[in-house]
Design a protein around this ligand. Structure first.
Ligand code: UDP
Ligand code: GLC
Ligand code: MN
Length: 329
């Protein structure tokens, strides 16, 4: 069906890198659908050129910003006002049905079956499961719906300052009206949920079809050594599963890096990739933390309860898994 497409959004070059990897992950899993990227005016020419190589259509849209500093501060994400730009996806009226995917998602298997769902289908948000997460959703483009959404933004605003708040208020019966509009969580596995309910991840995680790197720190904030195939700079407070992070970078280095080189020239500073000892991406330096002093188990418990687990150290997935295994035995 030529009128069904996957859609993503990137207003910056960093999110454009995410969109490149997402697009490649959809193609690698043989989607039969077209791919559309919405971009903002600040995306650079070389990044646009790379997106054109991966996406069937790259469409320039105006950046819409909620400028709602108060609500965004509650999420500790002042950067997310621009996610109102996502609402432009309803203007893609050349298409009858679409699946929107955040640029920080990665597809692990073919998900074309999502097009059997109706507007508005989405998976629960891990923070408040009676809300849907707007990182992956099925919708029908319509100028009328777009107009109503924009009115809703200007009249009522958004309770989180971003698109997810306004979309949940608009499609307010999602939680109760029709269970077929609840996508299984495996279509939007937020990395944050892995650690909040680890046994469930152990039980069901292998079925995941889409990983969502939800949160402040994104895969492209790290760097990757192409010689040793290792991700560098994963910090203590990053709640990201190392294997998914590695998969993102492996796809980046195997399928996107060469396309970027064609456009940017052979200077790897833009890419986040290093080769052996040559480290070029100084933009990532802020992520390397000095080693922390050892913590008492009481302090660790407190930190865990405050949502500050040491995901890359003592509380790493491997360590928790070992502990669970020892209990189960
Ligand atoms: N986005 C963007 N530019 C920005 C912030 C967000 O293009 O400066 C787009 C991008 O598609 C991104 C989505 O809006 O994936 C939602 O933002 P993000 O994924 O950072 O939110 P989270 O899922 O972490 O809450
Ligand atoms: C969320 C979603 C993201 C959305 C943002 C702002 O956490 O993951 O897709 O853009 O909130 O509402
Ligand atoms: Mn996201």
């Amino acid at each position: 069906m030529a009128d069904q497409v996957f859609v993503t959004l990137a207003t910056t070059d960093k999110y454009a890198k995410g969109a490149m990897v997402l697009g490649k992950s959809l193609r690698n899993h043989n989607t039969s659908k077209k791919l559309v990227a919405l971009i903002g005016p600040h995306v650079s020419e070389p990044s646009r050129a790379v997106l054109h190589k991966i996406y069937d259509e790259v469409r320039l849209v105006d950046v819409l910003d909620s400028r709602d500093a108060a609500h965004l501060a509650m999420m500790k994400r002042p950067d997310l006002g621009v996610t109102f730009t996502k609402l432009h996806c309803w203007t893609l009226t050349d298409y009858s049905k679409c699946v929107f995917m955040d640029a920080d998602t990665l597809v692990l298997s073919n998900i074309d079956e999502l097009f059997e769902r109706e507007e508005l289908s989405a998976a629960p948000d891990p923070g408040w499961p009676d809300c849907f997460n707007s990182g992956v959703f099925v919708f029908r483009p319509s100028n009328e719906t777009y107009g109503k959404l924009i009115t809703a933004c200007s009249e009522g605003g958004s309770f989180d300052g971003g698109d997810q708040g306004v979309l949940n208020s608009f499609f307010s019966d999602w939680a109760t009206a029709d269970i077929s509009k609840h996508l299984p969580f495996i279509y939007n596995l937020s990395s944050i949920a892995i650690y909040t309910y680890l046994p469930a991840f152990k039980q069901y995680g292998h079925d995941a079809k889409v990983v969502h790197f939800l949160g402040k720190v994104k895969p492209w904030d790290y760097s990757f050594d192409t010689a040793s195939k290792t991700v560098k700079g994963q910090s203590h407070d990053a709640d990201m599963h190392p294997n998914y992070l590695l998969q993102w970078w492996e796809l980046f280095s195997s399928s996107v890096l060469a396309l970027m080189k064609e456009e940017y020239g052979d200077q790897p500073f833009y890419s986040g990739c290093t080769e052996g000892d040559i480290h070029v991406d100084v933009g990532q330096m802020h992520l390397s933390h000095p080693p922390s002093p050892p913590m008492s188990s009481q302090e660790r418990k407190q930190k865990w309860e405050q949502g500050q687990a040491d995901y890359m150290g003592m509380d790493s997935f491997d360590n928790i898994e070992k502990k669970l295994d020892s209990f189960l035995k």
